[in-house]
Design a protein around this ligand. Structure first.
Ligand SMILES: Cc1cc2nc3c(=O)[nH]c(=O)nc-3n(C[C@H](O)[C@H](O)[C@H](O)COP(=O)(O)O)c2cc1C
Length: 423
């Protein structure tokens, strides 16, 4: 096979396709294996997404994959020459089958054919991709496989045996998804979409400190109706709560996010329940709380709501403006913390002054396990924040960073303090 840059070493940065210095995969070297299925065209989009998050991507194709997608596309999108030949002499020492996976931080095979799953489940290696998979160092190079095949192929006992073996061997299987297939049939076997695979790759680099735990998160503002078109709300964007939900899922938890109105897309892999008012949020939280190991209350719940919302729009009359009678909203976090068997409760305190003192007072008053304090005027709506994790006896300050990075540290701190599960 001829490519444009025969002599470049594996994972060489391309002068044509500069990497993003920042990104959720910045500095990661991903070996992208592409095998011979219809979904191979989606590997091009996956390569683009991985690179856009800052990863260095090295593509390796099987002979069959070349029937479905051109190496030139993958080369252009990864910025590196594509490898496909066990016997090629393009890597200096002629040992591409070992060198390529030695350099990789993860191997992602998308799509992974039935044939390929069968080979690697049985330790067979008769081409470059299967050989370098076999030659990888298990402990430092996780392998993620995105199967893609016809529904009947996927259901075959032989394929399911191979899948079970691969699970047992520590491979991570992504999907497949259920839906309409290229052949016109419908069922399980579609490759996960590239955006979903990207999320799984990002998560693969996070330690699974909440594996098997159930985490409940609230996020965003609440909206308290005055009449059908007006209401009381606040400037919470939901970014911090969504980041916490995302970080918890990355850490292996099953996550439910109860969200007030925001402009944010639901985080990948998170069960999202949309609510409007504090009372709706309370109902959704109480339903999910009895099942949760951890509750992180990030939402900026309105403290008060109008005593009653009118059914019709209040007319603007020439007289005096209407007087709003307010009543207190329920304190959802305090209520959950008072349950007979409460989850590990974490509160957020967005204060405008004496941040740590107020946060400590909140922790004691509500009997919380932990409070995260930040300055309200600084954190609301921003992509970055700085905050303090406040426990019974200690305060840990986290310097300014993107909210996802802070959320990952919060999740790590929760995991450290979480009582072990009864085995
Ligand atoms: C048009 C066409 C589409 C195919 N699609 C798939 C597929 O989606 N999944 C699959 O497992 N095999 C599919 N196959 C069969 C594989 O290409 C075949 O098993 C091949 O040997 C796989 O080689 P590889 O695993 O080395 O890439 C398809 C074959 C053809 C001709």
């Amino acid at each position: 096979m001829h490519t444009m840059a025969e002599s470049l070493p594996p994972f060489a940065p391309s002068p044509l396709a500069p990497k993003r210095a920042t990104g959720l995969l910045s500095g990661r070297r991903i070996l992208l294996g592409v095998t011979g299925g219809i979904a191979a065209y989606k590997a091009c989009e996956l390569a683009r997404l991985l690179r856009a998050e800052g990863a260095c991507v090295q593509a390796v194709m099987t002979r069959a994959a070349r029937e479905f997608v051109g190496a030139a596309s993958l080369q252009a999108l990864t910025g590196s020459p594509v490898y496909d030949d066990l016997w090629g002499a393009r890597v200096d020492d002629g040992m591409a089958h070992i060198g390529l996976s030695r350099d990789a931080d993860a191997i992602v095979v998308a799509p992974a054919t039935a044939d390929f799953l069968g080979k690697i489940a049985n330790g067979l290696c008769d081409d470059l991709l299967s050989t370098l998979v076999l030659a990888r160092r298990n402990e430092r190079c996780p392998m993620l496989l995105a199967p893609a095949m016809n529904v009947e192929m996927w259901a075959q006992p032989a394929v399911q045996r191979n899948v079970a073996q691969l699970h047992a061997d520590g491979a991570q299987l992504l999907g497949p998804a259920w839906g309409e297939q290229a052949c016109g049939e419908t069922g399980a076997g579609r490759m996960l979409e590239p955006t979903a695979i990207l999320e799984e790759v990002i998560a693969a680099f996070q330690s699974k400190v909440l594996q098997g735990r159930r985490v409940l998160v609230t996020a965003g503002p609440t909206y308290e109706a005055i009449d059908p078109v007006r209401g009381i709300t606040n400037r919470s964007s939901g970014k911090m709560g969504y980041a916490v939900a995302r970080a918890a899922r990355e850490a292996g938890a099953a996550v439910t996010l109860v969200s007030g109105p925001t402009r944010l897309a639901a985080p990948y892999g998170v069960r999202c329940i949309d609510v409007l008012s504090a009372q709706e949020m309370r109902a959704a939280v109480l339903e999910a709380a009895s099942d949760a190991d951890v509750f992180v209350a990030v939402a900026a719940v309105a403290d008060w709501r109008p005593e009653s919302a009118t059914t019709n729009k209040i007319k603007k009359s020439d007289g005096a403006p209407p007087t709003l009678a307010l009543v207190a909203n329920p304190d959802i976090l305090a209520e959950v913390a008072r349950l007979a068997e409460p989850p590990f409760c974490v509160g957020f305190a967005a204060e405008t002054e004496d941040v740590i003192d107020h946060a400590r007072a909140k922790m004691r008053a509500k009997r919380l396990a932990m409070v995260i304090a930040n300055a309200a005027q600084d954190a609301i709506g921003a992509d970055e924040s700085e905050l303090a994790i406040i426990g019974e006896t200690e305060v840990r300050t986290l310097p300014r960073a993107p909210k996802l990075e802070l959320a990952r540290q919060i999740i790590a701190a929760i995991a450290e303090r979480l009582p072990p599960t009864a085995a």
